[in-house]
Ligand binder design. Structure first.
Ligand code: SAM
Length: 288
């Protein structure tokens, strides 16, 4: 399957080196060649199609810029200075800019929050510093999305990560306390993202998760681009088990088929395992 995909990708790259657009259901389609695009879509699973389109578009865009608005920029230092996120930045494939919202407060105490109108527990992040920062950034470049991390939004998933990996410039706003003044959401935010149905103290960890899931999809970030294609959720299934040397550890043996060298049988085994694990652990995925 991967082999077939590689061949398709070569042909596709030669033939359709053009921009792509995203259809409503998240499928990526070259602007010019919808008919052929549909043909290709029939030939391969949707997720693989998306990755190919990702590669094409990013060949054009070259670098993705992510501006993160936070009152705790230090929280990102470790998360962004290791592994694939570090590599994406070092290779010039992505640029992450951290901005301290507090620096934009005009208040003499540099306050960023105030009491909630109507009373009740918890402070609310004020409009002024967030607005000043967003307006400054928007004056410098055009943004594809201005995202607010919040638990009262649609939950993030692989498909959304695939789509966002096509963006060129994005802003991610991290909230704290009871969240940001609703008018920021109404007038500046273009998209809201939750990472799950639970509440964190602030948006920083959630933003780091979104950034990681997106950057690893940019061609050139992973050492083997095709690796992202075989991860869980890329084709609506969970990933099969993986093993490495030694083949026998204290009598715990690697499944024989993986040592056989027979690609057809190995792929069949992996597909069967994927279905079996998905059926057992996440049967809801098979209903989608
Ligand atoms: N009052 C808010 C509510 O009930 O929906 C929760 C505010 S939470 C304590 C503070 C901030 O953490 C939020 O503004 C958001 O930026 C971030 N946050 C918390 N949980 C999150 C989640 N599941 N996904 C994304 N961001 C989250």
């Amino acid at each position: 399957m991967i082999f077939l995909w590689m061949i398709n990708r070569q042909i596709f790259r030669k033939k359709y080196n053009s921009s792509v657009k995203i259809s409503e259901n998240g499928l990526l389609i070259p602007n010019r060649l919808l008919r052929e695009a549909n043909l290709f879509h029939l030939m391969m699973p949707k997720n693989k199609w998306e990755i190919i389109a990702n590669s094409l578009l990013l060949q054009k865009n070259e670098i993705m810029r992510i501006d993160i608005l936070t009152i705790f920029p230090e929280m990102f230092e470790s998360a962004f200075s290791h592994s694939m996120i570090k590599r994406a930045q070092e290779k010039g494939l992505a640029k992450i800019c951290l901005h301290n919202i507090r620096d934009y407060s005009t208040d003499k105490h540099k306050s960023v929050d105030d009491y909630a109108f109507g009373g009740g527990a918890g402070m609310v992040m004020m409009i002024q510093p967030i607005e000043s920062l967003i307006l400054k950034l928007k004056a410098e470049r055009t943004y594809d999305e201005i995202i607010y991390m919040t638990p009262d939004a649609k939950v993030w998933n692989q498909r959304e990560a695939n789509k966002l990996s096509l963006a060129e410039n994005i802003i991610i706003l991290c909230g704290h306390y009871k969240g940001v003044d609703q008018r920021v959401r109404d007038h500046y935010i273009t998209r809201e993202v939750s990472i799950g149905d639970y509440v964190l103290t602030g948006g920083e960890l959630a933003a780091a998760i979104v950034v990681d899931s997106v950057l690893r999809l940019i061609p050139g970030v992973l050492s083997d681009e095709t690796s992202a294609l075989t991860d869980s959720h890329q084709d609506g299934l969970l990933s099969p088990p993986v093993y490495t040397r030694p083949a026998n550890h204290n009598g715990w043996k690697v499944p024989e088929v993986l040592l056989s060298g027979n690609d057809k049988k190995i792929n069949e085994w992996r597909e069967n395992q994927s279905f079996e694990i998905t059926r057992r652990v996440r049967p809801d995925l098979l209903d989608e």
